[in-house]
Design a protein around this ligand. Structure first.
Ligand SMILES: NC(=O)c1ccc[n+]([C@@H]2O[C@H](COP(=O)([O-])OP(=O)(O)OC[C@H]3O[C@@H](n4cnc5c(N)ncnc54)[C@H](OP(=O)(O)O)[C@@H]3O)[C@@H](O)[C@H]2O)c1
Length: 261
């Protein structure tokens, strides 16, 4: 174990994909937590779980669609049957937004995005509230730096993530008396395989190198670099841990200083 910040804690991560979801799981395990992995694709959950178990960690994989009431209730039951408690819920689930102007985005797309990002995360939080109240636990919502800008084509994503932030702040107020903390991590760029591929495509289009695309992008941040997935995940671990016991209703931006709030 690298550090004991989440020793003996049970952390449920919803929306475990190859990017940030994976890093949140591995960093939580490295901090001593038992990790419950939930998303729809069982094979991916098992890959991440195998990585954690190879390093000596404990996991439970529960294939779950967070837009489905029965699936979420089954996740709660399976978690409590296996580990007997829940200390942390991290709501990370993500699907690629429309990337069209709001004028050209059809309502069904916006509705699907709200269904996942707002109602899916609310359904998860409601379902785990009783268990989290028992442990005076924590919820961490994964948001985005889209909160900090209004660039064209990000409208649908911004609508959903802004509603998620509003919901997170209200949940902090409503669940605070039960001892449950609700905080947000808002990453900007994440230097992961997806972004490496995308910068490669931009480089080809403009006849420059991927490194030049990276440098031009990173130039807008104070630290002149882009955060790695594990660096975002460690901010999540911090907010989930007892080190953040007096912090609730807050948003931690992790973007190497691209935006100041
Ligand atoms: N990637 C970035 O650059 C970036 C930047 C800023 C913020 N963020 C935020 O960071 C978070 C993670 O993004 P990521 O790109 O790194 O994603 P990721 O963790 O690699 O994957 C997220 C996973 O969510 C799962 N998911 C989607 N719909 C679901 C549903 N209905 N029920 C359960 N799980 C579902 C998908 O797995 P299944 O298909 O298997 O269900 C997907 O693989 C998101 O909240 C995103 O908004 C990302």
């Amino acid at each position: 174990m690298n550090n004991p910040m989440l020793a003996d804690k049970v952390v449920v991560v919803s929306g475990v994909g190859p990017g940030l979801g994976r890093s949140i799981c591995t960093e939580s395990a490295a901090a001593g937590a038992k990790v419950v992995l939930a998303a729809r694709t069982e094979s991916r959950l098992k890959e991440v779980a195998a990585e954690i178990e190879a390093a000596g960690g404990e996991t439970l994989c529960v294939p779950t669609d967070i837009t489905d009431d029965d699936a979420v209730q089954a996740l709660v039951a399976h978690t409590l049957d296996t580990f007997g408690r829940v200390d942390v819920l991290v709501n990370n689930a993500f699907s690629v937004p429309s990337m069209k102007s709001l004028a050209r985005t059809d309502f069904q797309q916006i509705s699907d995005s709200l269904d996942l990002t707002v109602l899916g995360n609310l359904r998860m939080t409601q379902a785990f509230t009783e268990a989290l109240a028992e442990t005076k636990g924590a919820v961490v919502m994964i948001n985005s730096a889209v909160l900090r800008h209004s660039e064209p084509r990000y409208g649908s994503y911004k609508v959903a993530k802004s509603a998620l932030l509003a919901m997170s702040q209200t949940l902090a107020t409503e669940l605070g008396p039960k001892g449950i903390r609700v905080n947000t991590v808002a990453p900007g760029y994440i230097w992961n395989d997806q972004l490496k591929w995308y910068f490669g495509e931009i480089a080809k289009k403009y006849g420059i190198t991927t490194e030049q695309v990276y440098e031009q992008t990173a130039a807008k941040s104070d630290l002149k670099r882009l955060p790695e997935p594990d660096e975002i995940a460690r901010a999540v671990v911090f907010l989930a841990s007892p080190w953040a016991n007096a912090i609730t209703g807050q948003t931690l931006d992790v973007n190497c200083g691209e935006y100041h709030v």
